[in-house]
Design a protein around this ligand. Structure first.
Ligand SMILES: [Zn+2]
Length: 289
């Protein structure tokens, strides 16, 4: 057993196919442990948002060195951003994290060009968020306990190796993995009803966790939307395939390292938060029996 007791837990990974029902289980763990959730998808959106806030008016291609097949040096990119920022005062503010701006710039380059995001960039974006969280004073964590629930990272064996190394540098380890299990066909049926709040990122489902009056976020009142990348079945099939070829071997790799894996079903006859909690915590608590 990796964890000697519930109180020692600091790092939880949640793994499962896209659309398997991870979020309600993450919500349950976040409440039980008082931990912050880090999702790579949101980290990418946040970094790109920070980059967008500086109003860069140049071309992202200017950040790329075609000969090196890599980005130009960070110092060169920072200089370029300063020269071509519409709002240089935002850049100069002490609370603007230059590392986040740079990562957002690089993430946007890949997202806009439709190119595959290399692991090195995902590592950088994850490490930046991880280290700011563990470096911040405990009062700013919004909880009496400091700990993380990771979602969407790691997705490859390379990312898993990076994570284990980063954690060991901080004398941390993955305490357990919650694997959310659901078959592909059920996922395809379920996903078409998924909606997300553009304001607070809350996730809803037209059938299972309906927004208020079928369209408003129950937390902040914004009109919920179908996330653009949920829209097509074709894309979902590709993601399910990616899970089988990359994430499943990554999970097997972590299991081999001796990290406990708790597997729970992604669908329950009763999808209420109470039933989810019983399913998740009933299985998780066996780790300490
Ligand atoms: Zn909301």
């Amino acid at each position: 057993m990796a964890a000697s007791g519930k109180d020692q837990v600091k790092i939880i990974l949640v793994m499962g196919k896209s659309g398997s029902g991870k979020q309600p289980r993450i919500d349950c763990l976040a409440e039980e442990f008082g931990f912050k959730q880090i999702s790579t998808g949101n980290l990418f959106r946040e970094c790109i948002g920070t980059f967008n806030s500086i109003g860069f008016e140049g071309s992202l291609n200017e950040t790329w060195d075609e000969e090196k097949k890599d980005f130009k040096d960070d110092a060169v990119i920072v200089e370029l951003l300063k020269q071509k920022s519409k709002t240089p005062d935002v850049l100069a503010k002490p609370e603007t994290n230059m590392q986040t701006v740079l990562l957002g710039c690089k993430a946007k380059y890949f997202v806009e060009s439709g190119l595959f995001v290399p692991d090195t960039l995902t590592h950088g974006i994850f490490a930046n968020a991880f280290e700011s969280y563990f470096a911040a004073p405990l009062e700013s964590c919004g909880s009496a306990r400091r700990g993380l629930i990771l979602d969407g990272f790691p997705r490859t064996i390379g990312q898993a190796e990076f994570l284990l190394e980063l954690l060991s540098k901080h004398s941390l380890k993955v305490d357990f993995i919650l694997e959310v299990d659901l078959d592909d066909e059920t996922i395809v049926k379920r996903t078409t009803g998924r909606r997300i709040c553009p304001g607070c990122q809350s996730v809803f489902h037209l059938m299972f966790k309906p927004p208020r009056d079928g369209q408003f976020c129950t937390k902040c009142g914004a009109v919920v939307k179908q996330r653009a990348d949920d829209a097509t079945e074709d894309l979902l099939r590709r993601r399910l395939n990616e899970f089988a070829t990359k994430v499943a071997p990554c999970l097997a790799f972590l299991k081999e390292k001796g990290i406990p894996v708790v597997t729970v079903p992604g669908n329950l006859p009763d999808p209420s938060p109470a039933a989810v909690k019983e399913s998740v915590m009933g299985s998780v608590s066996k780790l300490w029996q």
